[in-house]
Design a binder for this molecule. Structure first.
Ligand code: MLT
Length: 409
């Protein structure tokens, strides 16, 4: 008799974004004459930049000739891409990361979920609330939690509320998590962490032998000079943190798929007898067993981001999205909403008016303005009464959506 992984039965509702997609499709089917503007899921709209496309084409052409054709690539990723990352994403900011500590993958979503597999189920997980739902859902799937309680929290998880009162920055929890998910610039609130803030977490993790799972997927959107792009900018972080980064939002690869995870050689975790083990070795074992690498043309395209032209072109795209965020922040404020984020992140976090519930605001916005956003409560109980707008739409659509929201009754 085949049995199921019953942890899946603990999950509440479907995954957030398909659920939004389902409601929007229903609305469009019932209202085919309406032009719906999507600012829900953080999916890019601008094409890959010319330098990246050129490298992508070259990669494909190489696959067409016997003397340059490539079969399986190295599971950990091609050396040329890992070296470019170490040089430009880290060394250029004074951080020493070896290409050997970098694992190329097809997404940070997959990596932040899959990483749980190499850690024991007795680990207590610390999760911000609200949070990118993948961390919470995959914690449940992996069997590290009990059931979902009436307050929306899963038993056994250490939740770290991020509220207006604490500036959407979590406090160090009194019950100590073994694994701590942090995401900066933050999805969904758009807040950032200063060096002092991150140092607090690194010191806490060191003191408690915890590991920080640091999602830096939005680092390229940071505008303020003093905000750290990597947790490894904090001294000592290499012995307590794994960093996830992605080309999805930073270079328009949501459909192309390429990301990377950094696991420093010195990062250790313990077995049940207290012996230490290199986390990187375990991840390498997992990665090389379950993953066959990202395709060669995609990795070649990703490496082109680090050329001078590629970098300049990409910076222009990021500036375009951040100008969207600026316009949205201002328009929503002018329309009487309390607005957070959007200054160093492509997400605007808005408080609904008169305490309206997040999903009610979603329905109102969809029905009356034909604009799609993401209900804050979908990111966790503390997101109730908030709403997230993504800044990745076309400018024309951003302007039209803001005009429609301004005219909402
Ligand atoms: C989001 O909208 O939060 C992201 O696009 C989801 C993702 O990156 O998987």
């Amino acid at each position: 008799m085949a049995t199921i992984n019953e942890n899946y039965l603990k999950l509440q509702a479907g995954y957030l974004f398909p659920e939004i997609g389902r409601r929007v499709s229903e609305f469009i089917a019932a209202n085919p004459d309406k032009k719906v503007i999507k600012m829900g899921i953080g999916d890019v709209t601008q094409p890959l930049v010319p330098t990246v496309i050129k490298a992508f084409h070259e990669g494909v052409d190489e696959m067409a000739k016997a003397d340059s054709f490539k079969g399986y690539g190295p599971e950990q990723g091609y050396g040329f891409l890992r070296e470019a990352i170490a040089e430009h994403s880290y060394k250029a900011r004074g951080i020493d990361i070896s290409p050997d500590d970098i694992f190329i993958s097809d997404g940070s979503k997959c990596d932040t979920g899959n990483i749980q597999e190499i850690f024991g189920n007795e680990n207590k997980i610390g999760i911000c609330d609200p949070v990118y739902p993948v961390y919470a859902d995959t914690t449940v799937m992996s069997g590290k939690t009990g059931v979902c309680q009436l307050n929306g929290y899963y038993e056994g998880v250490i939740y770290m509320p991020c509220t207006e009162e604490n500036g959407f920055i979590p406090e160090l929890p009194t019950e100590i998590p073994d694994l701590i998910f942090l995401c900066y610039p933050n999805n969904p609130t758009g807040t950032v962490a200063t060096k002092e803030e991150l140092k607090k977490w690194v010191d806490y993790a060191k003191a408690n032998k915890s590991i920080i799972l640091y999602d830096a997927a939005y680092e390229a959107f940071i505008q303020d000079e003093e905000i750290p792009h990597s947790i490894y900018e904090i001294e000592g972080a290499k012995s307590v943190a794994i960093e996830f980064r992605s080309f999805s939002k930073t270079a328009g690869f949501t459909g192309t798929r390429c990301a990377y995870t950094v696991i420093p050689d010195e990062l250790l975790a313990y077995d049940s007898e207290g012996n230490t083990h290199k986390v990187k070795k375990l991840w390498n074992r997992r990665h090389s067993t379950k993953f066959n690498g990202v395709s060669y043309p995609v990795q070649k395209a990703a490496a082109a981001i680090y050329t001078e032209e590629g970098r300049k072109e990409n910076e222009e795209v990021i500036a375009y999205y951040m100008e969207n965020a600026r316009i949205m922040g201002k328009s929503l404020k002018d329309a009487g909403y309390k607005v957070f984020g959007g200054k160093n992140a492509p997400y605007i976090w808005v408080k609904t008016k008169n305490g309206m519930k997040s999903w009610d605001f979603f329905d109102k916005l969809l029905n009356e303005a034909n604009v799609v956003g993401t209900p804050g409560s979908g990111f966790g109980p503390s997101g109730e009464g908030y709403f997230r707008f993504s800044a990745f739409a076309d400018r024309e659509n951003v302007l039209e959506a803001m005009e429609r929201i301004k005219n909402l009754k």
